[in-house]
Design a protein around this ligand. Structure first.
Ligand code: G16
Length: 543
């Protein structure tokens, strides 16, 4: 089987965003688009000759076809081995684990995460480095540079390989090992958590609903929650992965996981509710009658992680993305451990985890994880919650009330303005950036601006500098608003407005978040002119 070299030309728009390259599926299906990007990854990491890789994805439309293309190209480029999940399925955290466990030279993950799937929806591809984590900017910059000069790619002229059953195959000189996507990951979860305590919880009548949102976590959740831990059959809903996620957005938030919210807020709600996203790295946590914000979830997990066997020695430190609320900061302060504030994107946690500076990380965008892999991990977060509830015997609402009483409450909300024309979003952003120096001291309603800057990050481990990571405005008393443009969308621009205020008065800790944030919301609009710039009266999504 002789590799073919196919001539090509650079294609515009192949700059990786917050998490790899995400585009409309139709764009990925255009001639040479996928091939150019895959060859650019291979060249950008110094070639794949003699190397081993992991390959898998969330099962969305085009996942199977793209996997076959990538396998042919890896073989033609001289790769020694590719480990691939059955039918090219692997959740993102499971892929991260396989890369680490098998010591490969990284992996390719096919996913557009929480974005919808299908021929008219979104597709994505990202490269993860040998530590199992998303490639940092230094690597994605090299990949992007190749996309701008590429002149050819290599492939084989072969039929598709059968990925439907575990086993070993050959493609040219390359070995393909097809593995069950769930078993290694499930074994890792068993090492980290007290499965006996969680099983006893379920045996005692504890009920949960896990909404897999027709996405990749279904088989993992069914095997672990219902299979290994004895949750009642039917606890996992929407558990069969579908190419278009049942026509929905596989995004675990109160808007897109509406039916779970309805169940958890209903009269006969189970004790615990959770959901995860397209590729299984995000999570949403609920209790009977209560939604837990991702920022609060991170803080609760940080305060109690030592109750799970995998974290019994305590945490080395914690990290959160800048727009994530400061709830975890106060836990870190109380426990006397370091707390890091990074730009948005899981890739920024990699160095801290590798260096042993942080054990737990989290983001407001429904991501929580630890040093067990180098991705955020939805089911892991659910199991850590279950472990903590099993040991403490508390309900989710009791856990939250006690947490707020001890540490104070950060009321938090994110308002998204989706699909804004890029020109308008940029004008809002540029105008606000120019205004920043003049804001401190100004008042907006009852609020006085105390600080205003554009966030930049100097990585404490390798010293790399990342500029322009969001505009943040702090108010006297601890309130804050942050403005960012999304780096994961595929059309127009999405303006994200992150709103936060701190409450330490116990009598005022059980209010509606939008009501508690009303002054900050009004100030955000007045300062940035959101309505004036976007022409929108209200955000599309409030989480
Ligand atoms: C990705 C990254 C996350 C990040 C999120 C933010 O999530 O992996 O670390 O917080 O994007 O997205 P945006 O730039 O749109 O605000 P995922 O789950 O889409 O891979």
């Amino acid at each position: 089987m002789t590799p073919h070299t196919i001539q090509t030309q650079p294609i515009d728009g192949q700059k990786p965003g917050t998490s790899g390259l995400r585009k409309k599926t139709r764009v990925f299906m255009e001639p040479n688009f996928l091939e150019n990007y895959v060859q650019s990854i291979f060249d950008g990491i110094g070639g794949v000759a003699g190397k081993s890789l992991v390959l898998g994805g969330d099962g969305r439309f085009f996942n199977q076809t793209a996997s076959q293309t990538i396998l042919r190209m890896a073989a033609a480029n001289g790769a020694a081995k590719v480990i691939v999940g059955t039918n090219a399925l692997l959740s993102t955290p499971a892929a991260s684990h396989l890369i680490r466990k098998r010591g490969t030279d990284g992996g390719l993950i096919l996913s557009a995460s929480h974005n919808p799937g299908g021929p008219e929806e979104d597709f994505g591809l990202k490269y993860n480095t040998p530590n199992g984590g998303p490639a940092p900017e230094g690597v994605t910059d090299k990949i992007f540079a190749v996309t701008k000069t590429i002149g050819s790619y290599k492939t084989l002229d072969t039929a598709d390989v059968d990925l439907s059953t575990p086993g070993s195959l050959a493609l040219g000189d390359m070995e393909i090992e097809v593995v069950d996507p769930v078993s290694d990951y499930a074994a890792l979860m068993r090492e980290l958590f007290d499965f006996e305590a969680i099983s006893a919880l379920f045996a005692g009548g504890f009920r949960m609903q896990f909404d897999a949102m027709h996405a990749v976590t279904g088989p993992y959740a069914t095997a672990i929650l219902e299979g290994a831990l004895g949750a009642a059959p039917g606890s996992v809903v929407n558990g069969i992965p579908s190419k278009d996620f049942g026509g929905g957005h596989p995004d675990p938030n109160p808007i897109w996981a509406k039916s779970l919210v309805k169940t958890m807020m209903g009269p006969d709600a189970p004790d615990f509710g959770a959901a995860s996203d397209g590729d299984g790295d995000r999570n949403m946590i609920m209790g009977r009658g209560i939604y837990v914000t991702p920022s609060d979830s991170l803080a609760v997990l940080a305060a109690h992680a030592h109750l799970a066997p995998g974290y019994a020695g305590g945490l080395k430190g914690v990290a959160r993305s800048m727009p994530t609320s400061g709830a975890v900061d106060r836990v870190a302060e109380a426990r006397g451990i370091e707390c890091f504030e990074t730009p948005t994107g899981w890739k920024f946690f990699g160095n801290l985890l590798d260096a042993g500076r942080a054990t737990l990380c989290g983001e407001e965008s429904a991501g929580t994880g630890s040093d067990h892999v180098r991705e955020k991990d939805g089911l892991w977060a659910v199991l850590l919650w279950l472990n903590i509830l099993a040991v403490t015997g508390k309900s989710v609402s009791q856990m939250m009330s006690d947490h707020w009483a001890e540490f104070g409450r950060n009321y938090y909300s994110r308002h998204d303005y989706e699909d804004v024309e890029s020109d308008k979003a940029n004008a809002l952003f540029d105008g606000l950036r120019d205004k920043l120096p003049s804001l401190p001291g100004q008042t907006f309603g009852p609020l006085t601006v105390e600080s205003a800057d554009e966030f930049a990050y100097d990585d404490p481990v390798d010293g790399s500098h990342s500029a322009a990571q969001g505009l943040r405005i702090g108010f006297a008393g601890g309130g804050r608003v942050v403005f960012r443009l999304s780096g994961t969308g595929t059309v127009g621009a999405t303006l994200r407005v992150y709103l936060e205020t701190v409450e330490t008065d116990k009598a005022r800790m059980h209010r509606d978040a939008q009501e508690a944030l009303a002054d900050i919301i009004a100030a955000a609009d007045e300062i940035a002119g959101i309505k004036a710039h976007t022409g929108r009266d209200a955000p599309n999504v409030i989480t």
